[in-house]
Design a protein around this ligand. Structure first.
Ligand SMILES: Nc1ncnc2c1ncn2[C@@H]1O[C@H](COP(=O)(O)OP(=O)(O)OP(=O)(O)O)[C@@H](O)[C@H]1O
Ligand SMILES: [Mg+2]
Length: 344
């Protein structure tokens, strides 16, 4: 697990609004940036994104979750500036994306951002290789270099040998691998994925999630990933933002959301989550008992599932240690069993 405090902010937005309707900025201004849901109804304005404040850290997987229509796609379309926002600030490191000139923005998008969409969005008349070469051609890369790069990313996503196939000759999972390869071909620093696996059946979806984590383990991109599946979110996310009616209701690690959901909407998402897959040693340990003579040591950030069977099978007590290997608490068998039985 990463230590968030040491990471730099790669991408951020402040007070970001996106409203659909007429004269949205004046409406917002007249309402002092505090419109009520009644105000929206009366003015016939849809609040797709309301006052979003996010800081995405370098190398993290930041997941945006929420029910259909909660504003997830609009938010990332605003962040990547595919859509103009109504109000607010967006920064790629220290570059102000709102003030940026159009040409500069296009350059940034072509060279530093990657996008994967739910419906794959492949070019049907082009082969797999052609699809992956496409963004590189737009970048103006030299032919030899371009081919090398395309073959490299196709191999990364496990599609070597399929270069000459057309999208319609591929399964859904394979098509999405092409989408992933295409978005990675430009070596993006920030990688946006809008429900990339939701059109896939559950088995393939799980396989693609594992692939995605493998690729991220190699590339360490800064990722903004949308899903409305909480299981997918906790599997992939370093942190999750939960959206409702255009508002970000809570931002936290999967564990934060499960342990302290800020309201019933968040609770509803987390209620079926198996706690042992999310809770970490440090949040279940007994910090009033530190016994440095214990042989079995667990890192404070280890997930319960990683150590539960060792403790239960061997009926032993474990010492929880911090990053400096200093004992900070203990966990015994009963505690683990309570969690496995979802009593906590
Ligand atoms: N171009 C548009 N014009 C008007 N309203 C729009 C437009 N695009 C989105 N909306 C509205 O904004 C709200 C948020 O839509 P958005 O597509 O961002 O939701 P979402 O969370 O991505 O949903 P889903 O999970 O179904 O993809 C919805 O009420 C939608 O109807
Ligand atoms: Mg969407």
């Amino acid at each position: 697990m990463q230590n968030n405090t040491k990471k730099k902010i790669k991408f951020s937005c402040r007070k970001l609004w996106k409203l659909f309707g007429d004269d949205c900025f004046n409406f917002l201004n007249n309402k002092n940036f505090q419109p009520t849901s009644d105000d929206f109804k009366k003015a016939n304005i849809i609040p797709a994104v309301q006052n979003a404040n996010i800081e995405i850290l370098e190398g993290e997987i930041f997941v945006i979750m929420g029910l259909s229509g909660s504003g997830k796609s609009t938010l990332i379309r605003c962040l990547s500036r595919l859509t103009d926002s109504t109000f607010g600030e967006i920064y790629f490191e220290n570059s102000d994306l709102i003030k940026m000139k159009y040409k500069e923005l296009i350059k940034l998008r072509r060279h530093k951002m990657g996008m994967v969409f739910q419906n794959f969005a492949l070019l049907p008349h082009m082969t797999v290789l052609g699809n992956v070469l496409f963004p590189l051609e737009i970048q103006g890369m030299k032919k030899k270099e371009m081919n090398k790069k395309a073959l490299e990313v196709l191999e990364l996503v496990g599609l070597q040998g399929r270069e000459d196939y057309f999208p319609k000759e591929l399964s859904g999972g394979q098509q999405q691998r092409v989408g992933i390869a295409r978005s990675l071909a430009v070596d993006p620093e920030v990688w946006f994925l809008d429900e990339p696996f939701s059109a896939l059946d559950p088995l393939i979806r799980r396989e693609m999630q594992n692939e995605f984590l493998r690729i991220q383990g190699l590339l360490h991109k800064t990722i903004i990933f949308i899903t409305h599946d909480f299981d997918e979110a906790i599997k992939l996310a370093d942190r999750i933002a939960i959206m409702k009616d255009g508002k970000i209701i809570q931002i936290g690690t999967p564990e934060d959301l499960v342990i302290s959901p800020s309201d019933n909407y968040v609770k509803e998402f987390t209620k079926d989550i198996v706690r042992s897959k999310v809770l970490k040693a440090k949040s279940i340990m007994d910090d009033s008992s530190i016994d440095n003579s214990l042989e079995y040591k667990i890192n404070e950030n280890a997930i319960v599932d990683e150590f539960s069977s060792t403790i239960v099978k061997n009926d032993i007590k474990a010492l929880v240690v911090d990053s400096n290997n200093k004992g900070i608490g203990t966990i015994d068998k009963n505690k683990v069993i309570d969690i496995l039985m979802d009593k906590i």
